[in-house]
Design a binder for this molecule. Sequence first.
Ligand code: SF4
Length: 351
Amino acid sequence: MYEQGVIRPPSEAQSLLIRVTRNCPWNQCIFCPAYKGVKFSRRTVEEVKQDIDNMEKEYASYKNTIKSAFLQDADSLVLKTEDILEIIDYTKQKFPGLERITTYARATTLKRKTVEELQQLCKAGLTRIHVGMESGSEKVLKMIRKGITPEDIVEGGKKVVEAGMSLSEYIMPGVGGRTMSSENAIETARLLNQIKPDFIRVRTFAMHPMSPMRKLVEDGTFVTMNDAEIVSEIRLLVETLDEMHTYFSCGDFSLNLLMQVDGYLDEKKAYMLSELDKFLALTPEQQKAYALIRRSSYMQYPIEAVQNEELMRKILPEIEKLEKDDPEGFHKYIETLKSYQLPQPQTDEWK
Ligand code: SF4
């Protein structure tokens, strides 16, 4: 038996999951269901080693083929650097085929580590850090109670880059709502241009039905954005990002409407802008039809699919039906489809 946490990045789907802490030490972000209702705790090095021994036994027949490991849960670097080094070392002894070890970390935690500590971790094998940045806007960060400032994001991110580690920054178009959309795009791009991470991973915002953000919608503080508005926000973001050697990725997360907007900014920025423009040039009916076919399955479709008249003849009555009694009916339906893809809280206690 060994413990495992509830989430890991999609790029770590094949990785050995080693739980070094439980849940999230911050746990206050109002959009995030993952750890609500469950408490944070540190695990001892001995406990983690016991888990690694058990995994070694369970995976004995193919343990040398396992190439990557991910340290869970939300902010592993809160542990003492010497403890993480001991865990990494032990993992590599037991799984000698490992080529990559990665983890999540909060910007404030990275800020507290010295570059020398991060270099030590990198040399030991922790070669990539995944950071949930969400937004570069101070106002948006405050509204979502992220508990970090733009300065924390830049300082923490730059330290990782300086230490020679690979850095993945996760951002959330739409999380500022309609009123802060431009600010969310421009401020996020401004910070990313300073940090120059290896990856920018796009996580289009979707609201969990239990999220306290519902209250902000009810009192009019937060206005949710439709797909066309979020595509416009992503366009402004891509336009503002420098042509740096950073991989901009919509392709690894199906809540992103246009998953083909994916590639190195110094190679494919013009292509990515042209795909975003292609969608924005569609009629409002075609945009809704595209959103409906994309969000009703995990299939990807070229934008041109909605120029097919026969397809539109089938889809338009469905859209009309959704809007018959409520002009917002289509938007609400898409919001519900999007929320199905979010992780569920582990308890009903999300206040
Ligand atoms: S988004 Fe990250 S930091 Fe915020 S509560 Fe969720 S896991 Fe914790």
